[in-house]
Design a protein around this ligand. Structure first.
Ligand SMILES: CC(C)(COP(=O)(O)OP(=O)(O)OC[C@H]1O[C@@H](n2cnc3c(N)ncnc32)[C@H](O)[C@@H]1OP(=O)(O)O)[C@@H](O)C(=O)NCCC(=O)NCCS
Length: 155
Protein backbone atom coordinates (compact mmCIF):
# COMPACT_ATOMS: atom_id res chain seq x y z
CA UNK A 1 0.00 0.00 0.00
CA UNK A 2 1.28 3.50 -0.82
CA UNK A 3 1.50 6.03 1.99
CA UNK A 4 2.03 9.75 1.74
CA UNK A 5 3.02 12.25 4.43
CA UNK A 6 2.14 15.90 3.75
CA UNK A 7 1.95 19.08 5.78
CA UNK A 8 -1.65 20.20 6.22
CA UNK A 9 -2.69 23.69 5.20
CA UNK A 10 -4.37 25.92 7.83
CA UNK A 11 -7.60 25.63 5.84
CA UNK A 12 -7.58 21.81 5.73
CA UNK A 13 -10.23 19.89 7.65
CA UNK A 14 -8.32 17.78 10.21
CA UNK A 15 -9.36 14.31 11.43
CA UNK A 16 -10.35 15.22 14.98
CA UNK A 17 -10.95 11.58 15.96
CA UNK A 18 -7.22 10.96 15.41
CA UNK A 19 -6.30 13.98 17.53
CA UNK A 20 -8.55 12.63 20.30
CA UNK A 21 -6.87 9.24 20.00
CA UNK A 22 -3.53 10.88 20.78
CA UNK A 23 -4.90 13.17 23.48
CA UNK A 24 -8.26 12.71 25.21
CA UNK A 25 -8.44 16.36 26.27
CA UNK A 26 -10.21 18.33 23.51
CA UNK A 27 -9.67 21.61 25.37
CA UNK A 28 -5.90 21.07 25.42
CA UNK A 29 -5.93 20.08 21.72
CA UNK A 30 -7.77 23.29 20.85
CA UNK A 31 -5.14 25.27 22.76
CA UNK A 32 -2.03 23.83 21.09
CA UNK A 33 -3.35 22.99 17.61
CA UNK A 34 -3.15 26.56 16.22
CA UNK A 35 0.53 26.75 17.24
CA UNK A 36 1.55 23.49 15.51
CA UNK A 37 2.72 22.29 12.11
CA UNK A 38 0.41 19.42 11.19
CA UNK A 39 1.57 16.34 9.25
CA UNK A 40 -0.96 13.93 7.81
CA UNK A 41 -0.30 10.36 6.78
CA UNK A 42 -2.68 9.34 4.02
CA UNK A 43 -3.41 6.32 1.90
CA UNK A 44 -5.89 6.24 -0.97
CA UNK A 45 -6.92 9.79 -0.06
CA UNK A 46 -7.83 8.81 3.53
CA UNK A 47 -6.06 10.38 6.55
CA UNK A 48 -4.88 7.50 8.73
CA UNK A 49 -2.25 9.26 10.83
CA UNK A 50 -1.53 12.65 12.31
CA UNK A 51 1.48 14.27 13.96
CA UNK A 52 1.58 17.76 15.47
CA UNK A 53 4.91 19.53 15.82
CA UNK A 54 5.18 22.66 17.94
CA UNK A 55 8.36 24.66 17.35
CA UNK A 56 9.92 26.68 20.13
CA UNK A 57 13.24 28.37 19.24
CA UNK A 58 15.81 25.54 19.13
CA UNK A 59 13.51 22.75 20.25
CA UNK A 60 10.27 21.30 18.98
CA UNK A 61 7.72 19.09 20.67
CA UNK A 62 5.56 16.39 19.16
CA UNK A 63 2.31 17.47 20.82
CA UNK A 64 0.12 14.73 19.41
CA UNK A 65 0.67 11.62 17.30
CA UNK A 66 -1.84 8.96 16.35
CA UNK A 67 -2.45 6.21 13.82
CA UNK A 68 -5.92 4.93 12.92
CA UNK A 69 -6.41 1.75 15.03
CA UNK A 70 -6.86 -0.61 12.04
CA UNK A 71 -3.50 0.59 10.67
CA UNK A 72 -1.55 0.36 13.94
CA UNK A 73 1.34 -2.07 14.45
CA UNK A 74 2.57 -1.87 10.86
CA UNK A 75 5.43 0.57 11.35
CA UNK A 76 3.40 3.65 10.37
CA UNK A 77 3.73 5.42 13.74
CA UNK A 78 7.47 4.93 13.50
CA UNK A 79 7.43 6.29 9.93
CA UNK A 80 5.47 9.40 10.96
CA UNK A 81 7.68 10.17 13.97
CA UNK A 82 10.81 9.62 11.87
CA UNK A 83 9.38 12.11 9.39
CA UNK A 84 8.92 14.68 12.19
CA UNK A 85 12.49 13.99 13.37
CA UNK A 86 13.79 14.70 9.86
CA UNK A 87 11.74 17.90 9.58
CA UNK A 88 13.12 19.12 12.93
CA UNK A 89 16.66 18.20 11.88
CA UNK A 90 16.33 19.99 8.52
CA UNK A 91 15.02 23.08 10.32
CA UNK A 92 18.27 23.11 12.34
CA UNK A 93 16.64 22.37 15.68
CA UNK A 94 18.73 20.97 18.53
CA UNK A 95 16.21 18.82 20.35
CA UNK A 96 12.88 17.12 19.92
CA UNK A 97 10.58 16.48 22.88
CA UNK A 98 7.78 13.94 23.23
CA UNK A 99 5.69 13.23 26.33
CA UNK A 100 3.51 10.31 27.29
CA UNK A 101 1.77 8.73 30.27
CA UNK A 102 3.30 6.14 32.60
CA UNK A 103 0.77 3.55 31.32
CA UNK A 104 1.64 3.82 27.62
CA UNK A 105 3.86 0.74 27.40
CA UNK A 106 3.94 0.66 23.57
CA UNK A 107 4.61 4.40 23.32
CA UNK A 108 7.39 4.22 25.94
CA UNK A 109 9.00 1.36 23.96
CA UNK A 110 8.56 3.08 20.61
CA UNK A 111 10.02 6.43 21.65
CA UNK A 112 13.10 4.81 23.17
CA UNK A 113 13.57 2.60 20.10
CA UNK A 114 13.63 5.82 18.07
CA UNK A 115 16.43 7.19 20.29
CA UNK A 116 14.48 9.35 22.73
CA UNK A 117 15.80 9.45 26.33
CA UNK A 118 13.73 9.84 29.47
CA UNK A 119 14.69 13.18 31.00
CA UNK A 120 11.89 13.98 33.43
CA UNK A 121 8.61 13.08 35.08
CA UNK A 122 5.72 15.44 35.74
CA UNK A 123 4.17 13.66 38.70
CA UNK A 124 0.34 13.53 38.86
CA UNK A 125 0.05 15.49 35.57
CA UNK A 126 -2.86 13.39 34.26
CA UNK A 127 -4.68 13.47 37.61
CA UNK A 128 -4.49 17.24 37.62
CA UNK A 129 -5.21 18.01 33.93
CA UNK A 130 -7.72 15.34 32.87
CA UNK A 131 -11.20 15.08 34.40
CA UNK A 132 -11.65 11.36 33.56
CA UNK A 133 -9.44 8.54 34.81
CA UNK A 134 -7.26 7.08 32.05
CA UNK A 135 -6.32 3.38 32.12
CA UNK A 136 -4.10 1.54 29.65
CA UNK A 137 -2.59 -1.93 29.98
CA UNK A 138 -4.45 -2.25 33.33
CA UNK A 139 -2.32 0.63 34.66
CA UNK A 140 -3.73 4.01 35.71
CA UNK A 141 -2.17 6.87 33.80
CA UNK A 142 -1.06 9.34 36.47
CA UNK A 143 2.35 10.73 35.58
CA UNK A 144 3.70 12.33 32.42
CA UNK A 145 7.07 11.06 31.18
CA UNK A 146 9.22 13.52 29.23
CA UNK A 147 11.52 12.15 26.52
CA UNK A 148 13.98 14.10 24.40
CA UNK A 149 15.98 13.31 21.29
CA UNK A 150 19.14 15.26 20.63
CA UNK A 151 19.32 16.25 16.95
CA UNK A 152 22.95 17.40 16.96
CA UNK A 153 25.28 16.14 14.23
CA UNK A 154 27.15 13.97 16.73
CA UNK A 155 24.01 12.07 17.69
C1 LIG B 1 1.51 5.15 19.46
C2 LIG B 1 1.16 4.94 18.00
C3 LIG B 1 1.21 6.29 17.26
C4 LIG B 1 2.21 4.00 17.38
O1 LIG B 1 1.89 3.79 16.04
P1 LIG B 1 1.96 2.32 15.39
O2 LIG B 1 1.82 2.49 13.93
O3 LIG B 1 0.99 1.45 16.07
O4 LIG B 1 3.44 1.89 15.79
P2 LIG B 1 4.52 1.17 14.88
O5 LIG B 1 3.88 -0.03 14.25
O6 LIG B 1 5.18 2.14 13.98
O7 LIG B 1 5.67 0.77 15.90
C5 LIG B 1 5.37 0.24 17.08
C6 LIG B 1 6.69 -0.12 17.71
O8 LIG B 1 6.48 0.00 19.09
C7 LIG B 1 6.87 -1.21 19.69
N1 LIG B 1 5.77 -1.72 20.48
C8 LIG B 1 4.46 -1.65 20.22
N2 LIG B 1 3.78 -2.22 21.22
C9 LIG B 1 4.70 -2.66 22.11
C10 LIG B 1 4.63 -3.31 23.36
N3 LIG B 1 3.45 -3.64 23.91
N4 LIG B 1 5.78 -3.59 23.99
C11 LIG B 1 6.96 -3.28 23.44
N5 LIG B 1 7.07 -2.64 22.26
C12 LIG B 1 5.95 -2.34 21.62
C13 LIG B 1 7.21 -2.23 18.68
O9 LIG B 1 8.55 -2.59 18.91
C14 LIG B 1 7.06 -1.54 17.37
O10 LIG B 1 8.25 -1.52 16.66
P3 LIG B 1 8.69 -2.80 15.77
O11 LIG B 1 7.45 -3.24 15.06
O12 LIG B 1 9.75 -2.28 14.87
O13 LIG B 1 9.18 -3.83 16.72
C15 LIG B 1 -0.23 4.27 17.81
O14 LIG B 1 -0.23 3.04 18.49
C16 LIG B 1 -1.39 5.12 18.29
O15 LIG B 1 -1.93 5.89 17.54
N6 LIG B 1 -1.81 4.95 19.55
C17 LIG B 1 -2.94 5.69 20.09
C18 LIG B 1 -2.60 7.15 20.25
C19 LIG B 1 -1.43 7.38 21.17
O16 LIG B 1 -1.30 6.73 22.19
N7 LIG B 1 -0.60 8.36 20.79
C20 LIG B 1 0.57 8.73 21.55
C21 LIG B 1 0.19 9.65 22.65
S1 LIG B 1 1.61 9.99 23.67
Amino acid sequence: MAYLITEALPTDQLPNHLLLLGDENQQLIDTYLPTCQVYLLTTKGQSIGICLLQRNELTAEIMNVAIEPTFQGQGLGKMLINYAINVARQEGLERLVIKTGNSGIAQIALYQQLGFDLVGVNYNYFLEHYSQEIWENKIQCKHQLVFTLSLGVDN
